[in-house]
Design a protein around this ligand. Sequence first.
Ligand SMILES: [Fe+2]
Ligand SMILES: [Zn+2]
Length: 402
Amino acid sequence: MRRFGGALYRCAMTAFHERQMGPAGQAFPSGALLDVHLTDTGVMATFQGGTVPLLADWLRDNCQCDVCRIVQTDERRWQPWSDTEAPEVLTAEVDDGALHLRFVGGHESTFDADSWRSIGTAMRRGSWTARIWTGEYQIERFDHDQALLDIDVRQRMFEAFRRDGAFVVTGSPTIPGTVMDFVRGVGLTLWDSSLGLIFDVKLDPAGYNIAFTSEEVPPHNDNAQYTHPPSGQVLAMLVNDAEGGESVVVDTLAVLHQLQAIDPSAIDVLCRVQVGFRQYSPAADAFTRAPLVVRDHNGQFTHLRFSNQLRQPIPFDEPELGEWYRAYRALGRLVADPANHVSFRLSAGDTLFVNNHRVLHSRKAYVAGGARHLQDVYFNADDVFGSLDRMNGTARNAMVAS
Ligand SMILES: [Fe+2]
Ligand SMILES: [Zn+2]
C-alpha cells in the first residue's frame, strides 16, 4: 500500500494508472438518425445509439451548407450574431437518415450521416488517455533513424508523448546542433526566445543557470519566467563521461492527484496565488507572475509551473501567504519524494523529450572532472498532438484526405 490511500493508488505494484483527459461529456450517439421532434429549445433527435436534445443555436451554428462554411477550407462563414433574433427551428423532419431543418427566417440545413460523423469527431477532438506514472515506470524508447524514416514508429512515439508526457530517442547523432534536424525532421517547429534557440548545457563558470554548474538541479520545468512557457522540451546528450548526473523525471499529474487526495485546499490556493518567476542572462531578462497550478473547467490539471530556483519573492501582504507556503511545502515534498522519481542515465546519443507543462526534469550532481555536454531545444506540444490526430484520422477536413 502506498502512503496515499484511495482507489487511484491502492496497488503498490502498479507504476501507473489511467485517466481520461480532454473534453467532458458524452460522445455523439452512433448509428442512423431514426426520429426527430421539436422542443422549446431546438429538437430531440433519436439515433440508433440514443436520444439527445440538440439546441437550435448549435444546429444553426453547425450548418454544413456551402453558404454557412467556406468549402475550400472548411472554415466557418456564418456568424452567430448575423441574425437579429436567436435561431429557432420551424420544422424538422427525417428523410432517408438525414435531418432536414427549416429555421425561422427561412434558412434550411441538412445533416446527413457524414455530417454527424464529422461534427461528432470534431467536438470530441483532444480526448486522450493519460498514463499517470510513478517511480517504477519505464519511459518508452525509440530509435532515432526509425522515428525519422518509419511513420508508424513516429506515430507510436507521438502517442507515447501524449500518454506519458515523456520518451527517449536512442542512437541520436552526437554532433552539436543535430538535435534541431531531428525535431524538424519529425515535423515540429523550434521555439525561440531572447535567451536563445538552442542551449549548450555544460560546466560553465560564467553560466546564468544552475544547469551550468555541476551541482544537483532539483525537479523543475524550464522557462517558468514566461507567461506561456514552451510546452515541449528536448534534452539531447552529446557527451556524458561524467560520474553521476543521473536524470530524473516526475509526472506532475501523479503529484497533483496525490496532493489533491490528501489536501484539496492546498490545490485551490496553488491555483489562486500568483508567483513571480525570473530568468536572465547577460543579454536578456524575462519575468512573469502566474499561479503554479492551472486546471481546466472540468477540474483536470493542465499545467504545473515549478521552478524553485527561478522563483521570486511573493508580496509580503499577499492575503493567502501562510496558506500558500503550507501548500507549496506539501507540493514540494511530493515532487522531492523518490517514490515519484523515474531515474535513468542519459548516455551520449540519448535524447529525452518531455511535455514541459506536465513532466518535471532534474539532474543529480556530477563529478566535475568528466566531460558532459547536453543541448536543449523547445517546441510546441500542440504540434505533436495535431500531427498525431492527422496520423490517426481524427483531423479530417477539406484539405486532408485521411
Ligand atoms: Fe531544465
Ligand atoms: Zn447553412
